[in-house]
Design a protein. Structure first.
Length: 175
């Protein structure tokens, strides 16, 4: 890992995620009765919980509004959820200002063109492996795993290990 990447990871105080294509694999299944189904990865969820225990909150900003997304965010105790957002910069700036953070203290994980404005501003910009090429070219790190398939957990593990919080957060599992 390069010194620049370590430096960027070491400054992260907030994780912001897109949902569809990042927390999920991007597929949306509609049932006959209006049900909406999505696939989330449990390891991603556990990673978000570990990050929260390390004192780093998570926020989600999504262009799509979905009860399923709201439910998953509640289960994971995500600090704030913004849905049905066309201009993702507005809630991004609101959160950064409210939490009294600098842009360089934020990690954002995205996958598509709507994410580029935030990705160009944060200290640690991440694209999932299945992101569109323009997004992959604009970030500091591209995950090995795909969205909805462990990409969030991959980034969480990098943050916790680089910030030397991994042992403290995981020690109860190794006893």
């Amino acid at each position: 890992m390069s010194d620049d990447l370590k430096d960027r990871l070491g400054k992260v105080r907030l994780l912001i995620l897109d949902i569809d294509g990042v927390m999920t694999d991007g597929r949306i299944i509609y049932g006959d009765h209006g049900d909406e189904l999505k696939f989330y990865d449990v390891q991603d969820g556990f990673g978000i919980a570990m990050l929260r225990r390390a004192g780093i909150p998570t926020v989600v900003i999504s262009a799509k509004k979905s009860r399923v997304n709201q439910r998953r965010a509640k289960e994971l105790q995500i600090a704030k959820v913004y849905q049905n957002v066309r201009d993702k910069l507005k809630p991004f700036e609101k959160v950064v200002q409210k939490m009294k953070l600098k842009h360089e203290e934020v990690c954002f994980i995205g996958d598509d063109l709507m994410d580029l404005p935030i990705l160009s501003r944060v200290g640690f910009a991440v694209a999932v492996a299945n992101a569109v090429e323009d997004v992959k070219e604009a970030v500091h790190y591209v995950t090995l795993k795909k969205g909805g398939r462990g990409a969030v957990r991959e980034v969480v593990d990098l943050i916790l290990k680089t910030q030397h919080k991994w042992a403290e957060i995981t020690e109860r599992y190794f006893q």
